[in-house]
Design a protein around this ligand. Structure first.
Ligand SMILES: *Cc1c(COP(=O)(O)O)cnc(C)c1O
Length: 422
């Protein structure tokens, strides 16, 4: 089976931007109607294929961001296009109050792949995490402490990222997030990652769960060690607490196994998925063991939850990612990328690289990340899209079917940039 799409790099001429989408002048576009929430560069992406994105002037960019670890199969993969077209002419939305086939099939596939027997679909990672938080609190009401009081506290971690709703911001440990939209949702004390004593010290009569990312993505690809994951599993089991893993960024093959927690040999009670599960469309999920499925009708839901259009795409993506040979391919590409980054690091006096699978960071040793991101984008004739999750590092999140040629091309462009900026 061929995993990579035919590489656009192989053809010497880049496809032309469709006429309707072409606007030679950025300044003529009415961009001012968009509420400013981030500083965007002055370019408009009009189409994408595999590892490449094309802007309004026809310039192409090698994409090592892929929608923030979202486009598992690259841009506009045929299995996703087909799923959208087929489902789009069958059924879009019968309402979440009725069964539909893609919802049933995707839940069954996810339950079989993870061993967690129950699946709830959501539209974003934050919403899946809200669900996990609600489920844990509900479970804490049904399993009160020795004084008969409901348990609701969920221990989370410094520098964690769980989303942008009020509760998931409160669960996050991003510096400054405790005050920007104060007051926070209470009940999320913060421990230190990879320090089991710091978790134990926070357990109180109202604690119901511990929640973490197996690799802290937004913090700069900071892994929880397998020893820590095992210690957390033992501690939570011994103390009657739920273990929740947020695999929104690490799940669905991103780190070379279907789920990152598998690499430490533990099984969580609750897991959340997002980003890669939809391959680029809004889809997320919360999974839990059968014994933790304590929602009553009316406790949780949402207008678009489990809609057949997104579930059909998720099904196509997850079938591809879990097909024979796919994860071996991801691990081989990851080893190749890792070796290349390591090589660049020693060449330019950096501090090495880290990560798992195709979620990696290059440690620059100085705060030149944002500068490199801009210079990479502005390169000609082809640009390069990179992310600097922290100023002293670059994060790499290519499509899981990235080709060796694309990795080579990225490394060579990065080499050129580092030679200029270090
Ligand atoms: C991106 C992310 C989220 C939030 O997902 P959204 O779809 O943006 O709401 C939550 N947790 C982790 C670990 C993430 O990387």
């Amino acid at each position: 089976m061929s995993l990579a799409q035919p590489s656009a790099a192989a053809s010497s001429t880049s496809p032309t931007t469709p006429k309707a989408a072409r606007h030679a002048k950025f300044a003529d576009l009415p961009t001012q109607a968009l509420l400013p929430i981030t500083t965007r560069p002055e370019l408009v992406f009009t189409h994408g294929k595999g590892g490449w994105l094309y802007d309004h002037e026809g310039k192409r960019y090698l994409d090592f961001i892929q929608g923030w670890a979202v486009n598992s199969l690259g841009h506009c993969h045929p299995v996703m296009r087909d799923a959208l077209a087929t489902q789009g002419s069958l059924l879009l939305n019968p309402s979440p109050a009725y069964y539909n086939l893609p919802m049933i099939e995707l839940a069954d596939l996810l339950a079989n792949l993870s061993g967690l027997g129950k699946v709830f679909f959501a539209n974003s990672g934050a919403e899946a995490n809200e669900s996990a938080i609600k489920l844990a609190r509900k479970w804490g009401q049904l399993h009160p402490n020795s004084a008969g009081k409901a348990r609701f506290e969920i221990i989370t971690f410094k520098n964690a990222f769980h989303g942008r709703t009020l509760a998931t911001m409160s669960a996050s440990g991003k510096p400054g997030w405790d005050t920007i939209f104060a007051p926070q949702v209470p009940g999320f004390p913060k421990a230190e990652l990879n320090d089991i004593a710091s978790v134990e010290a926070l357990i109180g009569p109202e604690t119901v769960a511990v929640m973490l990312e197996p690799i802290q993505g937004e913090a700069g690809v900071v892994p929880a060690t397998p020893e820590f994951m095992k210690a957390l599993r033992e501690l939570t089991t011994a103390r009657g607490l739920l273990l929740i893993v947020d695999e929104v960024q690490t799940g669905c093959g991103r780190t070379g196994t279907l789920f990152q927690y598998q690499q430490s040999g533990i099984v969580p009670d609750i897991m959340t998925l997002g980003k890669g599960i939809g391959g680029g469309v809004p889809l997320a999920a919360m999974l839990c063991g059968d014994e933790f499925a304590v929602f009553q009708p009316g406790d949780q839901g949402g207008t678009y939850n489990g809609n057949p259009l997104m579930c059909a795409v998720g099904l196509a993506v997850m079938r591809t990612v879990s097909s024979p040979g796919f994860l071996e391919f991801v691990r081989a590409q990851a080893d190749y990328l890792s070796a290349g980054l390591q090589h660049l690091s020693s060449r330019y006096g950096g501090q090495g690289e880290r990560g798992a699978g195709l979620l990696r960071a290059l440690l620059l040793g100085r705060d030149i990340g944002p500068q490199l991101v801009e210079a990479a984008r502005d390169m000609t004739p082809d640009g390069l899209l990179l992310n600097s999750a922290r100023p002293n590092l670059l994060r790499f999140m290519p499509a899981l079917n990235v080709s060796r040629e694309e990795i080579d091309q990225m490394l060579s462009m990065l080499d050129t940039l580092l030679a200029k900026h270090v």
